[in-house]
Design a protein. Structure first.
Length: 107
């Protein structure tokens, strides 16, 4: 058994779960918020049930989310009218994610 550094033999070396739980949970939450794979997996919920079958988030690199769309009409509608709404929805759901642009690509 190893004695902790600067331990004088009188103090308690154990910790209560309640003392460390908030720190552990906040670390888990921040890690969860920064994972690009979770953003890609959440795409159908973000875009909504009507557009989810016609779109697919394929990558998130350097703050740019790339999304595949089925046709040019959908590309035009999303890039001109819904881009900022979608960005706001992503930022609301993943506040620590650094996404500043969405690029729509025709599949």
């Amino acid at each position: 058994m190893r004695t902790p550094k600067n331990y004088d033999g009188t103090g308690v070396t154990s910790h209560q779960v309640s003392d460390i739980l908030s720190g552990v949970l906040s670390k888990i939450c921040s890690t969860h918020q920064e994972r690009p794979d979770l953003i890609l997996a959440s795409w159908p919920e973000i875009i909504g049930p009507k557009l989810a079958p016609m779109t697919q988030a394929i990558s998130l690199i350097d703050g740019v989310l790339t999304v595949k769309v089925k046709n040019s009409t959908l590309h035009s509608l999303l890039s001109r009218h819904d881009k900022f709404r979608i960005l706001a929805a992503i930022k609301q759901r993943f506040p620590k994610a650094n996404i500043h642009n969405i690029m729509f690509r025709i599949a």
